[in-house]
Design a protein around this ligand. Structure first.
Ligand code: ATP
Ligand code: MN
Length: 260
């Protein structure tokens, strides 16, 4: 990481400040020069004070724990991997999304930047209508910054990993269904990858995460994605022993579809 920071300072002929070196202390050598630059820009904008550790190394993005200038915990999601598969996936989603169609960029780097922006704007739309998501803070290039869910750099557990009694299961189910309704009817979005893997449980609350692939209702696959989300939720909670409606009953009771 030091090499990249030095390289950045060589390129920009700026003197390294101590804080600039510190923020990279625990970050592995996975950042390219452009990402290092982007992180430093977020430091300059006083969004990120330091990056303290890796929380998750997923297929397409890494999530880091960091601190802001007030000492509050933040989650920093950085899109990194340059796989052809990811490119294809992104293009499939973007080309059918009216917010982005016709604006498919040519370079992988620009794709990441658009993908990060898309996730930020999805988070924002959900947050604004009261869906329980981490509060989005900033987006710049391939980097998305949001509230950290968890404490001391340890992320809150995912729904799949927590044991809940039937009473809490019911509360979480009702809360998630309520959020789904707000998402669709107020934010006009379908999550598209909703499951026990993308719901965190923290201090008696649930948080829906990982919203980069969420699509608007006019997306040609919106209904298919919504049914998939409903299916996942119904399957998980009924396996845990909760009596829940079928996906179709759920959709109808939510007023999500005008069926028949
Ligand atoms: P995956 O491919 O593993 O689903 P992803 O790249 O799609 O990952 P997310 O699902 O958004 O990324 O985040 C990956 C993990 O990082 C989450 O499972 C969670 O443990 C952690 N994480 C994400 N957002 C936050 C947050 N705001 N606060 C704390 N931890 C978070
Ligand atoms: Mn995820």
């Amino acid at each position: 990481m030091d090499r990249l920071v030095d390289e950045y300072f060589r390129l920009t002929s700026k003197e390294p400040r101590k804080v600039d070196k510190d923020i990279f202390e625990v970050v592995e050598e996975v950042f390219d020069t452009a990402t290092v630059k982007a992180v430093l820009e977020l430091v300059r904008r006083r969004v990120i004070y330091e990056i303290k550790g890796v929380v998750s190394a997923g297929k397409e993005a890494r999530v880091y724990w960091g601190k802001d200038f007030e000492g509050r915990d933040i989650a920093i999601k950085i899109y990194l991997t340059t796989s052809a598969e990811f490119r294809k996936g992104i293009i499939k989603y973007l080309s059918a999304d009216p917010r982005f169609s016709g604006k498919i960029p040519s370079t992988t780097r620009k794709l990441y930047s658009i993908w990060a922006k898309k996730e930020y704007s999805n988070y924002m739309r959900m947050y604004e209508v009261g869906v329980s998501v981490p509060k989005p803070i900033a987006v710049y290039e391939n980097i998305l910054v949001m509230d950290f869910i968890g404490s001391e750099g340890v992320p809150a557990p995912l729904l799949k990993d927590v044991e809940l009694d039937l009473k809490r299961l019911r509360e979480v189910f009702d809360g998630v269904v309520d959020d789904l309704k707000k998402m669709v009817l107020k934010a006009g979005l379908v999550h598209g990858d909703l499951s026990e893997y993308n719901i965190m449980i923290w201090e008696d609350r649930h948080y829906i995460i990982d919203v980069s692939q969420a699509v608007t209702l006019d997306h040609p696959n919106a209904v298919e994605y919504l049914y998939r989300d409903l299916n996942n939720i119904v399957r998980f909670f009924s396996r845990r022993g909760l009596k829940v409606p079928t996906p179709h009953e759920l959709a109808e009771s939510l007023g999500l579809f005008h069926t028949r």
